[in-house]
Ligand binder design. Structure first.
Ligand SMILES: *Cc1c(COP(=O)(O)O)cnc(C)c1O
Length: 366
């Protein structure tokens, strides 16, 4: 079976985790946490990093630190992983899903602008499947409306907008280090920011809302969202090979795109001229036959021992979010019905990629 993704775990990763476990610091104290926070945030060209237990906690912590609360609205793309919406709901605020743009597959800035009301407090652009959202335009819109931008960069470590890395561009950037993400710590996440007051608030809320100068004094209802030293050790080792991982992802993408080039059966993933796509998941759209053809493709690929995944269902169609005010999201709906993530592991060989592409074409032709 060719898997859709596979973590790159090597000798050096095992040695680093071993060092952490032998140090005796197995929970959230220990040298690796601060090293990982400072190295990963520098990688994102941001001043501060606050490591947490997963990417969803990173999103919730960011919104909590910004004071998002009941009655507030937060604009999100309709096409995203459920965690983006759930983090808003954890604050008892209302997620407002808006349409995507065909040129990035990410949130459409003009649609986001059109959804702003007096209650809107933040926008969460998601850098979907590794392509950066159009933050330049979103930041202008957010600034003139006086609202925050929280980047959901869970799928886009190392992606760039005009040479600037994502995560460090908005007020807070949130990353995931789940097993299938670009870097993994098993489970894990991080919030990065350039603003010291947000960093401090996130550190406090991450650790039970405890006053950093007064042990067991808790001015806030906080959370236990800490990352362990063992996870951070794996993160430090993973970060050492990020450029290698990203090169493989981009090499995979070039090989796939070349193999599909002559075919009018599929639409290839976008790359805006202002952005660098890191192709977390190399994804295509099926051109004919809509969702039926897409679902059939996934099934037939599996029979050929090739794993693939459909794009996310739209947030407003998910049971907990069915009641949300309905805004039309035709671009997102079209992507959601036609999209497939193909095997995207950095460990894939050129032969495997050619084989996957040829099998996709053969199935779509039959
Ligand atoms: C993976 C992911 C998350 C959540 O990360 P976890 O570490 O699984 O909690 C959030 N947003 C997006 C877009 C993701 O892909």
């Amino acid at each position: 079976m060719i898997p859709v993704s596979e973590p790159v775990i090597e000798e050096q990763d095992a040695r680093m985790v071993e060092r952490a476990i032998r140090s005796g610091f197995v929970s959230s104290k220990g040298e690796f946490i601060t090293v990982f926070e400072s190295r990963f945030s520098s990688y994102c060209q941001a001043r501060y990093g606050v490591a947490v237990c997963n990417g969803t906690a990173a999103l919730h912590l960011a919104l909590a630190a910004l004071g998002i609360k009941k009655g507030d609205e937060v604009i999100i793309p309709d096409l995203t992983f459920i965690a983006t919406a759930n983090a808003v709901r954890y604050c008892q605020a209302k997620p407002v899903p808006v349409d995507s743009e065909a040129s990035t597959w990410c949130i459409d800035p003009e649609k986001a602008a059109g959804a702003i009301t007096k209650r809107t407090k933040a926008i969460i652009p998601v850098h979907l499947y590794g392509h950066p959202a159009n933050l330049e335009r979103l930041l202008e819109i957010a600034e003139s409306a006086g609202i925050f931008v929280v980047e959901d960069a869970a799928e886009a470590h190392g992606a760039e907008i005009k040479g600037k890395r994502v995560g460090g561009i908005g007020d807070i950037g949130c990353f995931s280090f789940y097993g299938n993400k670009i870097l993994t710590t098993g489970e894990g996440g991080m919030c990065v920011t350039n603003r010291p007051e947000l960093e401090e608030k996130m550190r406090i809320l991450r650790d039970h809302g405890m006053d950093p100068k007064r042990k067991y004094w808790h001015p806030y209802v906080g959370y236990n969202y800490r990352m362990t030293n063992l996870q951070a050790a794996l993160g430090v080792a993973q970060l050492q090979k990020i450029s290698r991982i990203l090169e493989s992802k981009r090499r995979n993408a070039a090989l796939y795109s070349r193999a599909f080039e002559a075919s009018d059966l599929v639409t290839l993933p976008p790359e805006a001229d202002w952005g660098k796509n890191v192709y977390w998941m190399y994804s295509i759209l099926v051109n004919k036959g809509g969702q039926t053809a897409r679902d059939r493709l996934i099934e037939r690929l599996l029979e050929a021992e090739i794993e693939s995944r459909p794009f996310f269902y739209l947030i407003h169609t998910q049971p907990p979010y069915k009641g949300l005010a309905r805004r039309r999201t035709p671009v997102a709906a079209n992507l959601s019905r036609r999209g497939v993530n193909l095997p995207s592991s950095p460990l894939l060989t050129e032969n495997e990629i050619t084989h996957v592409a040829e099998t996709v074409v053969k199935i779509l032709k039959s």
